[in-house]
Design a protein around this ligand. Structure first.
Ligand SMILES: Nc1ncnc2c1ncn2[C@@H]1O[C@H](COP(=O)(O)OP(=O)(O)OP(=O)(O)O)[C@@H](O)[C@H]1O
Ligand SMILES: [Mg+2]
Length: 245
């Protein structure tokens, strides 16, 4: 019977129950635990393992450049970001409200760190998240377009609950490349939030895109429902380097 029980667990995709039921049943018998408590404990372990598996899958899919949380962020070192405002973002209400978060400012001040930490929070709550730099996004779309599967690629960038686009404006785009970005932003508009980081002010986007009309149309959609974090300060990387020297 034991073998059949374990086979049934595998059919029902209950790997923890298959592995643990026997030891837990013995323990329950020794401790004189109620049947309902035994079942509850077993299912609790199964649910926890399922959650951990889905977080691992989401983490792999997200392709975050590193894993740092909001707790790892030194807020006193970055006074241009309000701690409470970030904590509010960490409640993830922006996801259901389809609001974009935009982090602007010079290099090394924590833009990517903050977006990654919100991405991790979203993943922990089961939201599919995808991290990409603007440059990578354009390359992916170019490749897909050349292979006749642009629509599929755009759909894959529109689908995740949270799309993080990093390093907007670090490389100049030609109008064709800007159009790929526009399509993703336009298709996610009011449908799925974007977290976007840039070291360029909005006024410079026309120059980045090589097309002021497309830049204006992109910003119009991005900014309609958005929270903007205007960050300042010296590079944390440089500060850490100076401490080491
Ligand atoms: N206030 C902070 N507390 C803790 N770590 C920080 C803070 N600010 C930045 N860092 C760390 O410094 C490094 C650079 O930060 P990050 O990558 O977020 O910068 P950035 O603003 O995205 O810069 P860039 O525009 O060059 O991409 C990261 O390792 C990040 O974790
Ligand atoms: Mg960055």
């Amino acid at each position: 019977m034991n073998k059949r029980l374990e086979a049934m667990c595998r059919t029902l995709n209950l790997p923890v129950t298959a592995d643990r039921w026997s030891a837990m049943a013995q323990q329950a018998s020794t401790d004189n635990i109620a049947y309902s408590t035994f079942l509850y404990n077993l299912l609790e372990e199964e649910v926890a393992a399922k959650h951990a598996r889905s977080v691992q899958t989401l983490l792999k899919f997200a392709r975050l450049p590193f894993r740092k949380t909001l707790d790892d962020f030194d807020f006193p070192a970055q006074p241009s970001v309000d701690h409470r405002r970030m904590q509010e973002c960490a409640t993830l209400s922006f996801i259901e409200a389809n609001e974009n978060l935009i982090f602007l400012g010079p290099p090394g001040i924590g833009k990517t760190h903050l977006a990654v930490s919100l991405g991790l929070e979203a993943i922990a709550h089961g939201y599919k998240t995808y991290f990409v730099t603007a440059h990578e996004l354009v390359l992916q779309c170019q490749k897909a377009d050349a292979e006749g599967r642009l629509e599929k690629k755009i759909r894959s960038l529109v689908k995740p609950s949270v799309l993080i686009i990093d390093e907007m404006g670090y490389m100049k785009l030609d109008p064709g490349s800007a159009h790929y970005l526009f399509q993703v932003i336009a298709r996610r508009y009011e449908r799925g939030p974007i977290l976007l980081m840039s070291n360029k002010a909005f006024g410079e986007w026309g120059e980045i895109m090589g097309d002021s009309i497309i830049a204006t149309a992109m910003l119009d959609r991005l900014l309609h429902h958005s929270h903007i974090f205007n960050m300042k300060g010296e590079s944390y990387r440089m500060k850490e380097k100076q401490k080491e020297d």
